[in-house]
Design a protein around this ligand. Structure first.
Ligand code: GDP
Ligand code: MG
Length: 166
């Protein structure tokens, strides 16, 4: 089984951290500064029976300039060339305009979209359900995974689910 998977989400939700964990090498650039990772960065996750190529799409945010507009369009076009899309949000923050901007654009994507609720290591278990409810009906998710990209919680489940679906 093999396929291409793109990861999308507003700056600092943990996309690069997730990719670094999954591919086991520091390929993506981690930073607290928005938009450090400007280009699509690909990493490959392989097991005995599967190979997934991950594509980082850091440029999807409400554009403020012509260059920004170009970057959003370029990043979004990548989402139409993959087998699955991972949409990552931050469990420690409320759903905001940055999330909604991406959700609106994901409505046109044909590939299955997974919702990753990241940074659950910073959220009390009782507070997780209200966070999930904010996103539950936003899109017809293929599946929803609360994860910690930093500590690894549920990341194996997600990878197994992704491979199973391919
Ligand atoms: P990106 O902009 O979406 O690529 O986000 P980064 O991967 O660069 O992460 C932004 C910040 O969030 C960094 O300081 C990370 O260490 C932190 N971070 C990412 N994932 C997690 C997580 O699961 N838990 C916690 N506590 N912090 C995280
Ligand atoms: Mg990044």
């Amino acid at each position: 089984k093999s396929g291409f998977v793109a990861i999308v989400g507003r700056p600092n939700v943990g996309k690069s951290t997730f990719l670094n964990r999954v591919i086991g090498q520091k390929i993506a650039i981690m930073s607290n500064t928005a938009q450090t990772t400007r280009n699509k960065i690909q990493g490959i996750y392989t097991t005995d029976e599967s190979q997934i190529v991950f594509i980082d799409t850091p440029g999807v945010h409400k554009p403020k300039s012509k260059l920004g507009d170009y970057m959003v369009k370029s990043a979004m076009s990548a989402l139409n060339e993959v087998d699955a899309v991972l949409f990552m949000v931050n469990a420690t923050e409320k759903r905001g305009a940055g999330d909604n901007f991406i959700i609106d654009r994901l409505k046109d994507v044909k590939a299955p979209v997974y919702l990753l609720i990241n940074k659950i290591d910073q959220v009390h278990p009782d507070d997780l359900l209200p966070v999930m409810e904010q996103y539950q009906t936003a899109l017809p998710w293929q599946a929803v995974y609360p994860i910690s990209a930093l500590e690894g919680n549920n990341v194996d489940d997600l990878l197994t689910g992704l491979v199973d679906q391919m």
